[in-house]
Design a protein around this ligand. Structure first.
Ligand SMILES: [Zn+2]
Length: 273
């Protein structure tokens, strides 16, 4: 979920019993002496029940599948990202956020997985989301999508404990289609074109790499740019079926993610930046 620098997310590692978290708490910005204080990272806990922390300098987390590394985000980057994070989390029913049991969201810079720069990552075993908030700094749409993409991975994981297989979803794809491999290059360009591409049923090249990325990409754009998804739906029967399945999946996961929820979301109009 990022471009200019590579990578949106890798969510494809499980079994992280060997994980050694070494992320410290966030140095929150101090209260303002004039006027109302800023919304701080620690305020997310009270409003959403989600712990949001800054990375420590040179944080390295060893997992069975590779090392996650990051460093702390600057106060300025946090100040810019916090309203976005708050607005996007506020779209969700609190019931859903609670059900995800996110351990924490780590905001950071210079996020890498297996030494490759990435914009976001969900570690399913520790239930930690990492977001590189300097990536796509001037592209708010991509930053928003990156967050929802990671959140969907948690839904997908909590739903049935399985993210990497979904035969029902995959059966919607063209009969000769097969998902590809983990590909940092493809992830570097996660934005869809304004009209359906060459393979029916897919928003982006990144969607074609794995079933979990296909679902997460579609969900992210349903949350951030439903009108774009609608344009695909009209011209692409497979996309229409995937959207219907996605809505069903979400509603069975959380009853508040119902048609009325999607009606509200579909009226969202966001500037690209
Ligand atoms: Zn992903």
């Amino acid at each position: 979920m990022a471009h200019s620098v590579k990578g949106w997310c890798i969510a494809s590692f499980v079994c992280l019993f060997c994980v050694q978290e070494r992320i410290d708490g966030a140095p929150n910005e101090p209260d303002s002496e004039d006027g109302p204080r800023m919304y701080r990272l620690k305020d997310f806990r009270e409003e959403f029940g989600v712990t949001v922390v800054n990375s420590s300098r040179g944080s390295r987390t060893t997992t069975e599948f590779g090392v996650i590394s990051s460093t702390y985000a600057t106060a300025r980057a946090i100040e810019r990202y916090t309203p976005l994070l708050r607005a996007e989390l506020a779209l969700y029913p609190l019931k859903l956020i609670k059900k995800l049991r996110i351990k924490k969201i780590v905001v950071c810079q210079e996020l890498t997985f297996k030494e490759e720069p990435i914009a976001g990552l969900f570690n399913p075993e520790s239930r930690i989301i990492y977001m590189d908030i300097r990536k796509n700094y001037m592209d708010r749409m991509t930053q928003r999508c990156a967050l929802h993409h990671e959140i969907f991975h948690i839904v997908d994981y909590v739903d049935d404990g399985e993210m990497h297989q979904d035969p029902k979803w995959a059966s919607l794809n063209p009969s000769d289609f097969e998902y590809g491999e983990e590909d940092f290059e493809v992830q570097s360009d996660p934005r869809p074109t304004s009209t359906p591409g060459s393979i029916p049923g897919f928003l982006t090249g990144y969607s074609t790499t794995a079933v979990e990325e296909d679902k997460a990409q579609l969900f992210a754009y349903m949350m951030c740019d439903y009108s774009l998804v609608s344009r695909y739906e009209v011209k692409d029967k497979i996309m229409k079926k995937k959207c219907d399945m996605m809505k069903k999946l979400l509603q069975s996961f959380c009853s508040d993610m119902n048609p009325s929820f999607w009606s509200t979301i579909s009226r969202r109009r966001l500037a690209a930046n």
